[in-house]
Design a protein. Structure first.
Length: 294
C-alpha cells in the first residue's frame, strides 16, 4: 500500500496537525464515524464526530500472518455508542477502518488499520473493544469435512433451499414471550410439530429488530404452539413485535429429501461407513458384493 505523498510530506515538516479517525460499519448497515480531534471531520461521505470520547491504544501490526490487534476505548452515550446496542450484539463483528488524518486538509490521510470488532467489554459507563485485523479470517478451518450429516446451513449458497418459498417460513406477531427465549403462539396452522426446530427466529420490529436466534424446540403445550431458543435474545422483545420463523434442518439425508425436496444438493455423505465398521469381523460367507454381512 502506497503512503499518501501529501501526508508524508506534512509529517516530514516536524510540525504536524494530525489526528485519528475511525469508521464503523455494523452488520445491519449502520455507519458511524469517530475522531480524537476536537472538532468534527468529514470525508468519504461520513461525518467523524469529535464528541464521542473514542480513542485507540497502540497498534500492533506485522508482515506475516499473525493476527494484527489493538483496542479502542470510549464512553457509552445515547448520542454515540449506546449500551443497549452493545448488549444486543449490534457491534459484534462490525467492520472498522482507522485513518491517520491531517485535520487541516483531510485529503491527506492514510489507512492505518482495517479489520473488525472482536470482544467488547463494558464497565463504568465506558467500553473497551478488541480490534481484529484482516488476517483473523485465516484462522478459520477451510475445506470439506467427510461426514454423514450435511455441513451446509439451510438456505445458504451451498444448500440452495429457497426459504422464501411457501411452507418454509411464516411471519407472526409474538403473543407471549418469556425471558426473551420462549415464545408462545395460539396457532401456527400449516406447520407440523417440530417444523421450526434447528431453524431461525428473526425479529422484524421493536427494540430487538434485526436480531435472531436458533430454535431449540418447537412443540405443542396445553393447546398452544411454543417455540424456544437455545439462548435468549440480547434485547427486549414484547408481545406484538413481529418475528419471522424459518424451517429447520437436522442435517440428515432423509430430511433433505422429504422435507425440502433438495436431495441433489445434499452436502453430506450418508453412506460413509461409521466407526463400528472398523471393528467388524470378516464375513464368513465370503460374499464381497458390498451387500448385507448376514
Amino acid at each position: 500500500m502506497t503512503f499518501h505523498a501529501g501526508l508524508k510530506a506534512h509529517l516530514a515538516t516536524g510540525a504536524t496537525t494530525v489526528c485519528h479517525a475511525w469508521r464503523i460499519r455494523r452488520g445491519d448497515g449502520v455507519v458511524m464515524g469517530f475522531t480524537d480531534h476536537d472538532r468534527d471531520l468529514t470525508f468519504e461521505g461520513v461525518v467523524f464526530r469529535a464528541d464521542t470520547g473514542l480513542s485507540a491504544l497502540a497498534l500492533q501490526q506485522g508482515t506475516g500472518l499473525a493476527v494484527d490487534n489493538t483496542e479502542a476505548v470510549g464512553a457509552l452515550s445515547d448520542a454515540a455508542i449506546r449500551e443497549a446496542d452493545v448488549e444486543a450484539g449490534r457491534f459484534d463483528g462490525a467492520e472498522l477502518t482507522a485513518w491517520l488524518v491531517n485535520w487541516t486538509d483531510v485529503v491527506q490521510r492514510q489507512v492505518e488499520f482495517r479489520g473488525t470488532l472482536g470482544e467488547i467489554r463494558r464497565a463504568g459507563g465506558a467500553f473497551r473493544a478488541e480490534l481484529r485485523g484482516l488476517t483473523e479470517a485465516l484462522n478459520q478451518p477451510m475445506g470439506r469435512v467427510y461426514q454423514k450429516p450435511c455441513p451446509a446451513v439451510v438456505g445458504d449458497a451451498a444448500c440452495k433451499v429457497d426459504l422464501s418459498a411457501p411452507g418454509y417460513a411464516t411471519e407472526r406477531a409474538v403473543e407471549q414471550v418469556e425471558d426473551a427465549q420462549r415464545f408462545t403462539f395460539a396457532a401456527l396452522d400449516g406447520f407440523d410439530f417440530g417444523w421450526f426446530e434447528r431453524g431461525r427466529l428473526i425479529v422484524l420490529d421493536g427494540a430487538a429488530a434485526g436480531l435472531s436466534g436458533l430454535v431449540k424446540r418447537d412443540r405443542f403445550l396445553d393447546g398452544l404452539r411454543v417455540v424456544e431458543l437455545w439462548q435468549p435474545l440480547r434485547a427486549g422483545i414484547a408481545p406484538g413485535d413481529r418475528v419471522r420463523l424459518e424451517a429447520g434442518c437436522d442435517k440428515r439425508f432423509e430430511t433433505c429429501r422429504l422435507k425440502f425436496g433438495n436431495a441433489l444438493n445434499f452436502r453430506g455423505f450418508p453412506d460413509i461407513p461409521g466407526e463400528d465398521w472398523m471393528m467388524a469381523l470378516p464375513a464368513r460367507s465370503g460374499e464381497t458384493s458390498g451387500g448385507s454381512r448376514r
